[in-house]
Design a protein around this ligand. Structure first.
Ligand SMILES: *[C@@H]1O[C@H](CO)[C@@H](O)[C@H](O)[C@H]1NC(C)=O
Ligand SMILES: *[C@@H]1O[C@H](CO)[C@@H](O)[C@H](O)[C@H]1NC(C)=O
Ligand SMILES: *[C@@H]1O[C@H](CO)[C@@H](O)[C@H](O)[C@H]1NC(C)=O
Ligand SMILES: *[C@@H]1O[C@H](CO)[C@@H](O)[C@H](O)[C@H]1NC(C)=O
Ligand SMILES: *[C@@H]1O[C@H](CO)[C@@H](O)[C@H](O)[C@H]1NC(C)=O
Length: 202
């Protein structure tokens, strides 16, 4: 009996709501240190996202697949991002600087003539991270999910789904990418070759 009761209580736990301490815990961005920036360094795959903000929502729906490289610039509080996005079956390559606001755990990027902010939420268990947008109030909440591999495990995905619930978005509203649609492989290989030649030549 006691065990059954315990199970019943446990099965209630996943019902998170935005006001719960669990949610506050999951959604608090930690300050960004040099170690955090080192942790972020390398190749990442964009797995999926959900955004209430119409502009972000639209661009999320346009991205079929994406991967990117982060290169930290500790001294400048910046991170260089080289992004390979597949949009309408074509590869779109962009290189840009991400600003790092260390104190409040926020990253930002200038795009379409304004600064876009997102809170960085690192996984404690996996090489995955989330970026939480909350620009101009709750009607603009949103969350993206990235991992060091193009496919994630159920445990990794659960961390994302928990925060999705916290911000009041339905699972059915999440837009996932599909690595099979990636059209950037050849360009990325070409860039790699060029880099190799540069380092050999210098
Ligand atoms: C994104 O836009 C689509 C189409 O307008 C809408 O159905 C969906 O609910 C939006 N997603 C979120 C998270 O608001
Ligand atoms: C972070 O790294 C930069 C550049 O290497 C260095 O100047 C700075 O002192 C470091 N900050 C801390 C807190 O270690
Ligand atoms: C890529 O960069 C160009 C030029 O800065 C910009 O116009 C375009 O919107 C960017 N595309 C994406 C997908 O970020
Ligand atoms: C984070 O900190 C920077 C500088 O300290 C500030 O300009 C920015 O508005 C802050 N962002 C948020 C989301 O609090
Ligand atoms: C923020 O939201 C309010 C209403 O909720 C709107 O009036 C205002 O234009 C928005 N700000 C921006 C910069 O879009």
């Amino acid at each position: 009996m006691a065990l059954l009761w315990a199970l019943a209580v446990l099965s209630l736990l996943p019902l998170l709501d935005a006001q719960s301490p669990e949610c506050a815990n999951l959604m608090t961005a930690a300050p960004i240190s040099n170690a955090t920036m080192d942790w972020l360094s390398g190749k990442w795959f964009y797995i999926g996202s959900a955004f209430r903000n119409a502009e972000y929502n639209e661009s999320a729906r346009a991205i079929q697949a994406a991967f990117f490289y982060f290169e930290p610039r500790h001294a400048e509080d910046k991170c260089m991002a080289r992004e390979y996005q597949t949009i309408a079956d074509k590869c779109v390559y962009n290189c840009s600087y991400i600003n790092v606001y260390r104190q409040n755990g926020t990253l930002s990027k200038f795009e379409t003539d304004r600064e876009h902010f997102a809170d960085l939420l690192l996984s404690n268990h996996f090489r995955t991270f989330m970026l939480a947008a909350s620009w101009n109030g709750t009607k603009n909440v949103g969350l993206s999910f990235s991992a060091d591999k193009p496919e994630v495990t159920q445990e990794q995905k659960k961390e994302f789904l928990d925060v999705i619930k916290c911000i009041g978005i339905q699972e059915s509203e999440i837009i996932y990418t599909d690595e099979k649609k990636d059209a950037c492989g050849p360009l990325q290989k070409q860039h790699e070759e060029e880099r190799k030649k540069e380092t050999e030549g210098s």
